[in-house]
Design a protein around this ligand. Structure first.
Ligand code: GDP
Length: 303
């Protein structure tokens, strides 16, 4: 229900473009396919993924000889879901934690994408599920980032490890995992700085944060969660490219889907990067971070 509400703008815009593409047509022909291609590209699915989808539909048209436009929604829904299941390597997503304690999640992404909010929502959900959570404020470059995380720590009633602004992010990360081990915590969420202006700096910094954590927990972080702002459309692709080049990203969260018609970006990103989308943000409240389910996601477009 939250999901449908959260994706409403994307759905409305997508469905209205779709109905224009097939208006007055009974049969899927070249022209309808061209229009469909434009619909997908303008819905931020991305060119490469759009071409894959169109090819799949063309194959079906060629095989079945005839495809009625009234069936197009159903076929499209099947093909997109099929594409996503090929690209999604992760297990069926859920908020449960693997059997590793403490499970360390390093959260990365540029400023403003909703990193802190996502950490706060996750802290709330993990805690509600009965886990002991510790937050680490390793984005030490902005005082506001530390303060924001503190607000979430207070709101969700979980401990936070912080140092003063300007201190070494790796040192904060070290303190955080050490404290988590001492407290016998279940999960650690580490915020990091998202300055993208210098790729080498970003890479060095994330590498150092990881290396220092590993002095306490040899295979930490167990998860590197990249947060992307879905409302930026193609820019989110660009950020995913840069971060995956700088560090090994293992999961994705796409935020702010509620305020945008660019929700198709989730389809393109999961196809292009072969990294499971684990969470989507569909609002500012603590409950508005949802575990991503590709079938529900695609269904909510065509409902
Ligand atoms: P950070 O700089 O990446 O840590 O970004 P913040 O977590 O501070 O978020 C920036 C703004 O985006 C805040 O006003 C958040 O409330 C808002 N925000 C984050 N996630 C979502 C979302 O899923 N939907 C909406 N509508 N707003 C969001």
């Amino acid at each position: 229900e939250n999901l449908d509400k959260g994706l409403e703008k994307t759905k409305t815009s997508f469905m209205s473009k779709m109905s224009k593409a097939v208006a007055g047509k009974t049969k899927v022909d070249e022209e309808v396919l061209d229009d469909l291609e434009n619909v997908l590209v303008s819905s931020d699915v991305g060119v490469a993924t759009t071409i894959k989808i169109i090819n799949r539909i063309e194959e079906r048209v060629a095989r079945d000889k005839y495809l009625g436009t009234e069936e197009l929604n159903k076929i499209l829904r099947e093909e997109i879901a099929g594409l996503l299941s090929e690209s999604e390597t992760g297990e069926a997503a859920n908020i449960q934690l693997p059997d590793v304690k403490p499970y360390v999640i390093m959260v990365v992404g540029v400023n403003g994408v909703g990193k802190t909010t996502t950490i706060g929502k996750l802290a709330h959900q993990f805690r509600s599920a009965g886990n002991k959570v510790v937050l680490g404020a390793a984005d030490t470059f902005r005082a506001a980032a530390i303060d924001q995380l503190q607000i979430w720590a207070d709101r969700t009633d979980v401990p936070i490890v912080r140092q003063k602004m300007g201190s070494d992010p790796a040192s904060v990360a070290f303190d955080t995992v050490q404290s988590a081990v001492k407290q016998n915590a279940d999960v650690v969420l580490i915020d990091t700085a998202g300055r993208l202006h210098n790729k080498v700096n970003l890479m060095n910094e994330l590498t150092k944060v990881k290396r220092v954590m590993q002095k306490v927990i040899p295979n930490a972080p167990h998860e590197v969660l990249l947060v992307l702002d879905g409302s930026t459309g193609q820019n989110a692709f660009e950020q995913a490219k840069q971060f995956t080049a700088a560090t090994e990203v293992t999961s994705l969260a796409v935020t702010k889907l509620d305020g945008t018609a660019k929700g198709g970006v989730v389809i393109g990103i999961s196809d292009q990067f072969k990294i499971p989308v684990k969470y989507i943000g569909v609002g500012e409240g603590v409950e508005d971070l949802q575990v991503f389910n590709k079938y529900e996601f695609v269904d909510s477009f065509f409902k």
